[in-house]
Design a protein around this ligand. Structure first.
Ligand code: PGA
Length: 252
């Protein structure tokens, strides 16, 4: 069963988000729809309450959550508040790391909060372009995992979703080759096997993200160890997102 997660980032007004969710839920309810994949949308947090009316068909994710439990943190939204609406939370997205200085220490607090309130982390890792050019990408990904989710107790680690998102592929229209995607996903899977054993590691979804489009989604989804997609820009347009979901049909 594949995961197709749309991350809207800071886009869409309330009427636009409701219109999209209405179309998507009707599509998922059609008799002909039998794609057997988890469809998740991460809208801006202010839209979660109105998107929630569609939560029978469409699971919701938070794009972020606070590192602290509650209290005097102006502007923050806690995991407890989000847990009324979402099953998942994106944690460690490169935009949060880059623009909001989210370090491993902060990310670990966020992961702890997610688990405390039964929210499943979609934990993002990814190398920068220069790491790719220097041939350093395996070390970077290994480091990002070792200082965060690999520190979790096995039962929590097993419950994470990992998204491999090369920073240089996000919003750029550039993607790694299929062989490069497969190679990194296999590498991550191997790390998981060593930590939690083959059976549990095989059950953990490893998603790819970074310039996913209608054109490339099917071939990426067909790669070994690719269990779904984290889609940014292409999730804003209903027709594009629908076609990406349809790609998962033959890949399930
Ligand atoms: P993109 O974004 O699909 O627009 O490249 C992906 C992401 O940031 O998760």
């Amino acid at each position: 069963m594949k995961y197709i997660i749309g991350n809207w980032k800071m886009n869409k007004t309330a009427p636009e988000s409701i219109d999209f969710m209405r179309k998507l839920s009707s599509f998922l309810m059609e008799d002909t729809y039998d794609f057997n994949c988890h469809v998740v949308i991460a809208p801006p947090v202010i839209h979660l309450p109105h998107c929630f009316q569609f939560s029978k068909e469409i699971n919701l994710a938070a794009q972020n959550l606070a590192a602290e439990d509650f209290g005097a943190y102006t502007g923050e939204i806690s995991a407890a508040m989000l847990s009324e609406y979402v099953k998942y939370a994106i944690i460690g997205h490169s935009e949060r790391r880059q623009y909001f200085q989210e370090t491993a220490v902060i990310l670990n607090k966020k992961i702890t909060m997610a688990f405390k309130y039964n929210i499943r982390p979609v934990f993002c890792v990814g190398e920068k372009e220069q790491d790719r050019e220097l041939g350093n990408y395996f070390n970077v990904i290994e480091g990002q995992l070792n200082e965060t989710i690999m520190l979790l107790p096995d039962e929590h680690l097993s419950n994470c979703i990992i998204a491999y998102e090369p920073v240089w592929a996000i919003g750029t229209g550039k993607t790694p080759s299929l062989a490069q995607i497969e190679e990194m996903h296999a590498y991550i899977r191997k790390m998981l096997v060593l930590k939690i054993g083959k059976y549990n590691a095989s059950k953990m979804p490893i998603l790819y993200g970074g310039s996913c489009s209608v054109k490339n989604s099917s071939s990426i989804l067909h790669q070994n160890n690719v269990d779904g997609l984290l889609v940014g820009g292409a999730s804003l347009d209903f027709m594009h997102f629908k076609e990406i979901i349809e790609c998962s049909d033959t890949s399930c």
